[in-house]
Design a binder for this molecule. Sequence first.
Ligand code: PLP
Length: 283
Amino acid sequence: MWKNVGYYNGEIGALEEMKVPMGDRALYFGDGIYEATCAANRIPFAIEDHLDRMYNSLRLMEIPFQMDRSQVRAELQKVLDAAEDAPIHFLYWQISRGVAPRNHVFPEAEVKPTLMAYVRPHTMKPLEKPYKLISMEDIRFRLCNIKTLNLIPSVLANQRAAEAGCDEAVLHRGSRVTECAHSNISILKDGVLRTAPTDELILPGITRKHLLALAKEHDIPTLEEPFSMVELMNADEIIVTSSSALCMQVESIDHIPVGGKDQTRLKILQNAYLEKFQRETAG
Ligand code: PLP
């Protein structure tokens, strides 16, 4: 058992001591995809949704990964089971196109994709502490629907947010809000939950999908249509969603106070999400 567990192609050990081969294409090109979720009682939350998206990302990237769902699930469970007890674990895994001499074109067919994973203890952000955001132009490429390892614009955006004392960066293309650097964003306005549609400009977040479903269950109408920065600033509530933080309220953007005008619906959604997480990861 280790506090932080690392995994690479079947090998398991202390995360701090694991090494990867220099030829892994993830290192040179970010040529791979990833997934992440939280686990409680060593049960990874919404694992089937994450596996669906993982296989979709692999298909879009043309990565010939051969393991089936039950094998992947079993390998990930081994990593979780090797972790010391913690109330919540964070489970991350990625698949790269494999280990081969550096060359932009795909390697020979016999090169097998690599599976890498880690598990660490995780602390969820308290739901009652709202996020502060900064806004930035979305300079990412047009493959945002694929969960690729190419994350440089998001890294830079989150660094700018941290420097400004904020939690996340909300991105916009012109006036159109897309998503945040590592989360989706939705608004409540006049009782309707609105979020951008799942096109190539955003990652189809699992938490976003669940939030829409929970809103419908609680008679909150939903709308999957883009909204502008002006609409964002004037929203009744702003909700940022991700697997690592669930649904966070937003209290400011660029240090200007926002939201706070529909606490009833916000709390219904936040509590429903937390209950779903707890129910589906109960030991
Ligand atoms: N959007 C981006 C760009 C992300 O990187 C993430 C999570 O990593 C999300 C949205 C949220 O997705 P999920 O709810 O599946 O964690």
